[in-house]
Design a protein around this ligand. Sequence first.
Ligand code: HAS
Ligand code: CU
Length: 596
Amino acid sequence: MSETYIDRFPAEAKVIRSAFYGSFLALALGGLFGIIQTLHRTGYYRFIPSEDYYTVLTAHGVFLVISFTIFFLVGVFTWAITTSLDREVEDIRFTWAWYGLMAIGITITGIAILAGFTDATDISASVLFTFYAPLQAHPMFYLGLVLFVVGTWLAGADWFRSWLAWKKENPDERIPLPTFMVLTTMIMWYIATLGVAVAILLFLLPWSLGLIDNVNPTLTRTLFWFFGHPVVYFWLMPAYMMWYIMLPKVSGGKLFSDPLARVVFVLFLVLSVPTGIHHQYLDPGIAEGFKFIAMTNTMFLLLPSFLTAFTVVASMEHGARQRGGTGYFGWLKALPWRDPVFAGMALAGLMFAAAGFSGMVNAGMNINYLVHNTFWVVGHFHLTVGTAVALTFMAVTYWFLPQITGKALWNRSVGLAQVVTWFVGMTFMSNAMHRAGLLGIPRRTAEPLYENFEFDAAVGSVGELQAQIALGGLLLSVSLLLFFANVIGTVLNDRSDSLPANEYAGTLSGPEDAPLVLDNLKLWTGIAIVLVIFAYTFPLLSIIGRGGLFGPDIIEFVPISVDTLPVVIGAIELVVTDALASAADTAVATVSVVMR
Ligand code: HAS
Ligand code: CU
């Protein structure tokens, strides 16, 4: 491989470009709404009526976490599949079809949201990206989301198809790592989106169309979070993919361990879904025992991120030492900090270490009561999806754009300034948001400082926190302007013939060191499904039993736990006995084989 991506795959480069441009358009719109609401909430500059705040917040959320992230990642995944299998897509018309479906879907949803700003039509969808009932959106909002998600399903089918075709020709080869990452992520996504598909198709859309009178809000919320937690890994896993296959290369070295990377993606596949109830610790209609199970699963789910921190930093250190770095920490200086691709990803990783910390706080059932629905949570997700993911995507854009356009990056220094500004802006904004949350300042409102109520800051003051949040928001906006200047400058450049080749990092310990079972996708899918069944069957049955399939929700008063707990304990007993029995069987069988 010594050619650029566009030389080798001109047709696919076109689709990826369209996906990226769609993604950047969403980023621009989402960013614009972001600065409007930062200035509004902090009281620095208000020009929208507070009634429009929910519309702004919905647009900010949906455009950024649904359109920006997912359009970008389908581009990256198409690149990863074609590059690592060294194979064109099976049918480029099919690829365009899923892209088209996604684009049409999100346009319909977007129009439904933006129509909320005008009284000229009844259409509106100010329901936030979580679209909890009883907030109701115009049917267009849900319909657009359905089309968008079906588009992503077809995209997954496209990538599976490529892999199966490749496998037929290479029956004895290991799945190339980037392809492995795409496939495991997509299986996770198929399982996760079942929850939101049921919530929309069975309940929210018919309700919004007037076909049914009620929904059960606890049920639709639970189905939302069935999807809403794993969706965060749908954003994260492509960023992790770039940390595994691109960061070591730009650091000047190789990936420390391919087998560990596979383990990480398998763990995400298996554990991402049965944890969603950790967003509902404060929901009354769910028994404490079920919340406890979700918490336990969440704590296990920290493992793949800890493994990632280890593997990725070890790979960076290897790169730094290849570049002449020495000492316990001195090697850090040998890293290519002036390269925006490297600096952006490394700073995103650094931020994610802090994000993981606030995630662990969220995940603790008892500490969650302190931070839930406060500004703390907003701080948390601006470090995760807003930095670990978004900053990684912006940084790798500086590598991808030349590959898919054949044009040199407009300006590397502007790129470097952009990633640093993002990091600094987010440091101000997120840190202050976390602190504001600890004071009890709520999220999701235009008027966070209630009248006749004093928020007591232990250190500093509420005014100082507001100032930091506004300053952070401004820096983020500047960073976005720099980003778009670079994208536009690059697109307007002439074609260049001195671009680097389309390559990703080699490995120190390669796939030959990974046990074969890791590539057994059927096995991991099976385990993932079983875990989901365990984590969700009883909570869902109990929610439906109490509130009815179509509402009207909570009939009894809360808290509930006593009557559902024996069922759970009974079920656990059954499973454990079963597991022990089959473990014993396997042991006997293995021993007899070994003895023979
Ligand atoms: Fe979260 C709420 C728990 C990760 C996103 N999360 C949210 C919401 C969003 C979100 C959007 O348990 C709000 C939803 C809403 O609107 O209500 N989250 C966790 C946990 C993790 C976690 C345990 N979240 C994410 C990621 C997200 C994301 C990733 C997006 C991409 N989160 C929660 C909980 C809530 C929640 C509760 C509900 C709160 C409530 O009450 O409402 C874990 O996955 C985190 C694990 C991470 C680590 C860090 C490992 C460190 C690494 C860095 C390596 C360093 C490098 C660089 C590479 C353990 C990998 C080195 C550089 C050098 C220079 C050396
Ligand atoms: Cu979560």
